[in-house]
Ligand binder design. Structure first.
Ligand SMILES: [Zn+2]
Ligand SMILES: [Zn+2]
Length: 346
């Protein structure tokens, strides 16, 4: 089968490799859609602490089951499924508490196991056992289902921010994660959503998210504008969907008293420190949270929201490429020429 293999940092090759076979308790799927993520760009250029090359990357994916390992129950050949890439162990203290995204023994498809930039992919037994394989609701395309993964991460984030009815929400960063967060906030009953970015091009592409207001923070002071839009109160929830320390600092200045700031995007590892005047949270009693990945149940919920038409992930897809062009897909994502690029072997 054809696969895009990260041979070493900065070298991605299209190779012909043997089709994977299912382990007992595992399955094999034909990958129908695998979306390129910002993380794929990072892994290509800088590697990842959990990836030991050679490795097939790609972790936002959906496909059809072609083979079942021994003793797999509840799934059948031909089933259309999405696979949650973050695989919890199911046994550590965090898994037992139900916060599988914080699993102490977390492994991930596209990192520890070969991922979705290939014609076929094996899903390991630990993933099948822990609920990472979910059937697609009727009418959901493989492309829309592949984007259940980033949506699952947004659901995790918005659970942590207690997003809810009547909230005024600011999302900084108008990429795919920003767009999904805006859509999700609207479906949670947010009264007003504002999307902030420095790029007019990004803000134009993000129109599909239907934010109530777009703010170009290169042309105007985003903190001032948010305070003006909220009658001086600030936003109930501010989510930073970018990897920029200055955006995190702005978020701390535009959140309302008792509001919540969520640092969704991590910062570059050589620049992880921000200026945080702790008296802000002392006097204004706001919360600051972060989020990392998602649990299998977030992926299942993401699929049902997509299936019910509450979140339109399909409209985020701007490019479609064959496996041979995976590197082009990484380039398009890196240069922010589109929102989501789908790689497909079909
Ligand atoms: Zn991703
Ligand atoms: Zn665990």
């Amino acid at each position: 089968m054809k696969a895009a293999v990260l041979q070493e940092v900065g070298r991605l090759e299209i190779v012909d490799m043997p089709r994977p076979r299912p382990e007992p308790g595992g399955i094999v799927i034909r990958v129908e859609a695998c979306a390129v993520c910002g993380t794929d760009v990072k892994c290509y250029h800088s590697g990842h602490r959990l990836i030991v090359p050679p490795r097939v990357t790609g972790h936002e994916l959906a496909g059809a089951i072609t083979e079942l390992g021994k003793d797999v129950k509840g799934l059948a050949v031909g089933d259309r499924v999405a696979v949650a890439p973050a695989v919890p162990c199911g046994e550590c203290v965090y898994c037992r508490r139900g916060i599988q995204s914080m699993c102490d023994n977390l492994t991930a498809i596209g990192y520890h196991y070969d991922g979705g930039f290939a014609e076929y992919m094996a899903v390991p037994p630990v993933a099948v056992r822990n609920g990472c394989v979910n059937k697609l609701p009727a009418g959901v395309s493989f492309e829309a289902a592949a984007l259940a993964e980033p949506l699952a991460c947004c659901i995790n984030a918005q659970e942590l921010t207690h997003m809810g009815l009547g909230h005024i929400v600011v999302v900084i960063g108008a990429g795919p994660i920003g767009c999904l967060n805006v859509q999700l906030a609207r479906s949670c009953g947010a009264a007003k959503t504002m999307l902030v970015d420095v790029s007019p091009e990004r803000l134009r592409m993000s129109a599909i998210a239907q934010a109530d207001l777009c703010i170009n923070s290169r042309q105007e002071d985003a903190v001032k504008r948010v305070m003006a839009e909220t009658g001086g109160l600030g936003a109930d929830v501010v989510i930073t969907a970018c990897s920029v320390g200055a955006a995190q600092e702005q978020a701390l200045l535009m959140v309302a008293k008792r509001g919540v700031v969520d640092f969704f995007g991590g910062l570059p590892k050589d620049k992880p420190t921000i200026h945080f005047d702790s008296n802000l949270t002392h006097y204004r009693e706001f919360y600051v949270v972060g989020n990392h990945g998602s649990a299998p149940r977030h992926n299942a919920l993401a699929l049902s929201l997509i299936g019910a038409g509450k979140i339109d992930t399909q409209s985020l897809v701007t490019h479609r490429l064959p496996i041979d062009k995976t590197l082009d897909g990484i380039g398009i994502t890196e240069r922010a020429e589109g929102l989501k690029v789908i790689i497909s072997g079909a």
